[in-house]
Ligand binder design. Structure first.
Ligand SMILES: Nc1ncnc2c1ncn2[C@@H]1O[C@H](COP(=O)(O)OP(=O)(O)O)[C@@H](O)[C@H]1O
Ligand SMILES: [Mg+2]
Length: 260
């Protein structure tokens, strides 16, 4: 069996700007990867390559031993920091719409039994993310945490094997963030997901991940900032140790690679 995800000498460049260089890494099903690194070092780009909305410039990125399809699929769900919901639809309608789009593309409407099924499925997922009391609310009536719960419900709709989280809790208050951590850990276990999560919060990275990646540039040219790309400079198995480190890390600590 090939690893679930494998990057082989993966490079990403935009014109002259080298973003990622020579990534070699494998990820097995069920891992929870957390990713930290300076702003602009290519973390979102890497997630987008896993999603299929960006392709690599050189090398390979494989899913089950095959190149990742060049478009998003139901096996990969993503949650961004910005809320990606329709303002004019209720919570339930938002999730049902996501289901319709997944089935039929942007013009899709569901009728009859397909609609009933979508409603049942949407209701069940919203229950799992703790929004069963808010089915008929509109996005502007939701708190930041509730909006992210909605975004997670949408990401889970296609029953993904891989969940991609791009700083999903960066805008939330610490107390709310703690609730979201328990939610994500529960969903990871229950749905047997493989998770890739970018975070600015090293503590969050240690707490949630089974494995923590630090993205950084090994080489820098001050005259030409785009001349060299980042790679994964630390790949730490954290697991239970992460939970212990979490308890000992100061709340205000930032990743050492972060330029504040
Ligand atoms: N679509 C794009 N076209 C050109 N440059 C891009 C594009 N997307 C990202 N970049 C550049 O790639 C680099 C990495 O960006 P990004 O992956 O968003 O970093 P991070 O998520 O680590 O902050 C940045 O220099 C950014 O300007
Ligand atoms: Mg980013």
């Amino acid at each position: 069996m090939p690893p679930m995800i494998q990057a082989k000498n993966l490079w990403k460049t935009y014109g002259e700007n080298v973003v990622l260089e020579g990534l070699n890494v494998t990820v097995e099903e069920g891992e929870f990867i957390t990713m930290v690194g300076t702003s602009g070092c290519g973390k979102s780009t890497f997630l987008n390559m896993l999603l299929g909305t960006q392709s690599c410039s050189k090398g390979e990125l494989l899913l089950d031993g095959q190149p990742i399809p060049a478009e998003p699929g139901p096996d990969r769900g993503i949650v961004f920091q910005q809320y990606s919901v329709f303002p004019h639809m209720t919570v339930l309608e938002n999730v049902m719409a996501a289901k319709a789009f997944a089935r039929k593309g942007l013009t899709g409407y569901l009728f009859g039994s397909a609609r009933r099924e979508a409603k049942e499925e949407a209701t069940a997922i919203l229950n799992q993310v703790g929004l069963s009391h808010a089915l008929n609310k509109y996005p502007h009536e939701l708190s930041g945490g509730m909006k992210q719960r909605l975004a997670i419900a949408q990401a889970l709709l296609g029953k993904p094997r891989i969940l991609l989280l791009d700083e999903p809790f960066g805008a939330l208050d610490p107390g709310i963030r703690a609730d979201m951590h328990e939610l994500v850990l529960n969903l990871w276990r229950e749905h047997k997901l493989t998770v890739f999560m970018v975070t600015h919060d090293l503590k969050e990275g240690f707490y949630l991940g089974t494995r923590l990646w630090v993205f950084d540039k090994l080489r820098q040219d001050p005259q030409a900032p785009g001349a060299y790309g980042a790679s994964i400079t630390y790949d730490l198995a954290v697991g239970q140790m992460g939970k212990k480190i979490y308890e000992e890390i100061d709340d205000n600590l930032r990743p050492v690679v972060e330029v504040v």
